[in-house]
Design a binder for this molecule. Sequence first.
Ligand SMILES: CC(=O)SCCNC(=O)CCNC(=O)[C@H](O)C(C)(C)COP(=O)(O)OP(=O)(O)OC[C@H]1O[C@@H](n2cnc3c(N)ncnc32)[C@H](O)[C@@H]1OP(=O)(O)O
Ligand SMILES: O=C([O-])CC(=O)C(=O)O
Length: 370
Amino acid sequence: MTATKGLEGIVAAESSISSIIDGTLTYRGYNIDDLADYATFEEVVYLLWHGKLPNRDELSALQKQFDENSAISPAVIDQMRLYPSNANTMAVLRSAISALALYDDLADDMSREANVAKAVKLQAKLPAVVAAYARLRAGKEPVAPQAGRSIAYNFLYMLTGEEPEASAVKAMDKALVLHADHELNASTFAARVTVATLSDVYSGVVSAIGALKGPLHGGANEAVMKMLEEIGSLDRVEDYIQDKLDRKEKIMGFGHRVYKNGDPRAKHLQAMSRELGSKSGNLELYNMSVRIEEIVTGQKGLKPNVDFYSASVYTLLGIPRDLFTPIFAISRVSGWTAHILEQYENNRIIRPRAEYTGPAVQRYVPIAER
Ligand SMILES: CC(=O)SCCNC(=O)CCNC(=O)[C@H](O)C(C)(C)COP(=O)(O)OP(=O)(O)OC[C@H]1O[C@@H](n2cnc3c(N)ncnc32)[C@H](O)[C@@H]1OP(=O)(O)O
Ligand SMILES: O=C([O-])CC(=O)C(=O)O
């Protein structure tokens, strides 16, 4: 038995949810470029869960379900009041979502109907949890979402308590569409491994949040912004990046296990970063990002991934850096739950083997003789 480090190139599941073929990303066969330009996030969620784009009635029914399920149990809000105000926001999300399961009578009901209902609840509640913590840590009360509004609108609204600008809602919606699913990425795989033991939907999503948190995966968007803040200005980009490359350090937001010729989502986020920068009259972050890309791609051949330009996009939307990865989770929970439902449909426990590299057989030595 020989191990494949990082399972590179291993096909570990069959899935009809999203595909990456020759560098093209599709959700249920629809090209990500079309979905980014024309679909709303709610349409994409329906598509991922049900395998087809919704008609108007189906979309309104989904919107109604989100409206009815976005409230967070007061007990969970009270627990969140006790969380430290400087807690890691992904740890907050992981804890709060785990706590939500305690107040869901269907948490351990394994029927398809109950599992779809849990997917709806999780999609509806994640944005409310993230926004509630952002307000609680600032000494403010959570704001309830508005019925009939999109997840993008309500997330921005719940953060500030003020009506968001239409351009900001549009940008947030597009970002959610772009992050919704991505084949067998690490967090989705973690979710599938967890539920393949026939554990519950919440456990799968909590596992996924834990995996997304890491800077080699979803945590990279926050790491990119930290880097941009450290660099500070366009004239300092060259020295900073060159120094990192000379020291063989990774540049966050670049490279990808599957895409070797570029991530098709990055160009959309780059365009959004440019538009939002122009609109705000400050293109510094966009210009810095473009210069970083020129250097890293020029010297290493590495292209930006989905996390690179999303950092400047979220900053230009006025969102604090430590909410970037939770926003990724607000979108990706749609994909995680689609994969969880698919795993249950045709389940087999996921249990690969390890190549043993430890000592050869040893004789047990009683403690007195050691
Ligand atoms: C939503 C997402 O999860 S997208 C990915 C987000 N993560 C990041 O942006 C973090 C930075 N990128 C990385 O760490 C990696 O490119 C990953 C984790 C995305 C992919 O990892 P892997 O497929 O294992 O690639 P691996 O790390 O083996 O890289 C291959 C080579 O490119 C180099 N490389 C890869 N990414 C980078 C980078 N961002 N900066 C500098 N060098 C890099 C590696 O050092 C390695 O070089 P070597 O062959 O000389 O040792
Ligand atoms: O697919 C991956 O490995 C990481 C990624 O881009 C994503 O999850 O969106």
